[in-house]
Design a protein around this ligand. Sequence first.
Ligand SMILES: Cc1cc2nc3c(=O)[nH]c(=O)nc-3n(C[C@H](O)[C@H](O)[C@H](O)COP(=O)(O)OP(=O)(O)OC[C@H]3O[C@@H](n4cnc5c(N)ncnc54)[C@H](O)[C@@H]3O)c2cc1C
Length: 425
Amino acid sequence: MTLLIAGGGIGGLTAALSLHAEGIEDVRVLEAVPEIRPLGVGLNVLPNAVKELDELGLLPRLADVSVATGDLGYYNRHGQLIWREPRGLAAGHRWPQLSIHRGRLQAVLADAVRERLGPDAVVTDTRVVDVIHTASGVRVTARHPVAGTTSTVDAEGLIGADGIRSAVRAVLGPGEGPPPWNGLVVWRGTAWVPPFLDGRSMVIAGDDRSRAVVYPMSAADERGRVLMNWAVAKAAEPGAAFEDADWNRSVEPESFVGHFAHLAFDWLDVPAVIRTATEAYIYPMVDRDPLPRWSHGAVTLIGDAAHAMYPMGSNGATQSIVDARVLAAHLARHSEVAEAFAAYEAERLPVLTRLQHSTRRRGPEIVIDLAHERAPGGFSDVREVFPGTELEDISANFARLGGFDPRTVNTMTPPGAAAGAGARR
Ligand SMILES: Cc1cc2nc3c(=O)[nH]c(=O)nc-3n(C[C@H](O)[C@H](O)[C@H](O)COP(=O)(O)OP(=O)(O)OC[C@H]3O[C@@H](n4cnc5c(N)ncnc54)[C@H](O)[C@@H]3O)c2cc1C
């Protein structure tokens, strides 16, 4: 039995490891790029996904190359604290929240896939361009850009984990077009700078027009500096356009840092961090419309291919990891690939659709918009701006929506536990 995975990103590699852990070993990851390189900047993996990576035996390796986030604080444009909450272990989760460079996370996953499934389990220079159903499963067509060739391969099923511009999604639902843009531009990068606050804090600061997200992703080096992730966003200039959402479009910090001059506080100077950048990229804030279905017979979608979201609340990598684990559990327990894919979709699609809608309303970051709307000049007591339990409720509701509140994570049944009993290995 052969399963193909289109895309060797966070979701695709986790799917390969999860299938292997379920005893399904004839799995190949088809990756478009000629070589997996440590691309991207920072992301956060929430405790519900860290639990899954721990069950795959990867937590010690990941802990070495990440920071266990201690708290998350939301601030207004004047640097006044709106809301701070403990995260991960500090919040009572049995697993930490990890702030990590995407390239390091991908490298840990790719190394584990090659160790466990064999050196040829990830096939690079293989861009999936088409898939059709056959009597025994699927026939996948791929282009090999470097080799300049095209090939086809048959399998029992195809998992589309090929990201926000998924070719598999485009085959399943032709005519969708490029990911819709909400008019915000995001500049993101990394910098080696001294830590701020207690060295484990994640900060989101700004107003209704512009904001910054900053957090450390490494322990201090011999000079006391940490690898800091930063991202800043604001509305695009009139007439600005992006031909395509390219994660790797480099940009000079001086071309945009002036827009964020007001985010210089005595406890964190965002423009100074940006000016120290070792890398900086520009990206439009795009997502995908929720789909009515992800699974079509022996083809399904996971991660960004299924439900790309705005980066509000750290759900991109997190939910792709959970998708991969749930999908593998269903494949292990159903005798038919199509049945397993349908069961996975039934478990995950409603949850992710609600999350996609929530991130379009800014998710938990809405507190920054509300603080600006109600007290643009700042406040002397945040409780006068947010009476009652409004702040607690916004935070707790989003955590429940994403399945990462401590109670759910700590007592969670194994993914796919609702699946039937018929084993397929
Ligand atoms: C280069 C890059 C940089 C990123 N940087 C950041 C970041 O800094 N911060 C952040 O929060 N998120 C970043 N992301 C997105 C983030 O990884 C995802 O939102 C999240 O991890 C969900 O993972 P995924 O596996 O669904 O998609 P991704 O991690 O995007 O992985 C998709 C994979 O599929 C491959 N692929 C694409 N098309 C095909 C095809 N037709 N056939 C075969 N393979 C294909 C891609 O090369 C990629 O390896 C980045 C993604 C990429 C690809």
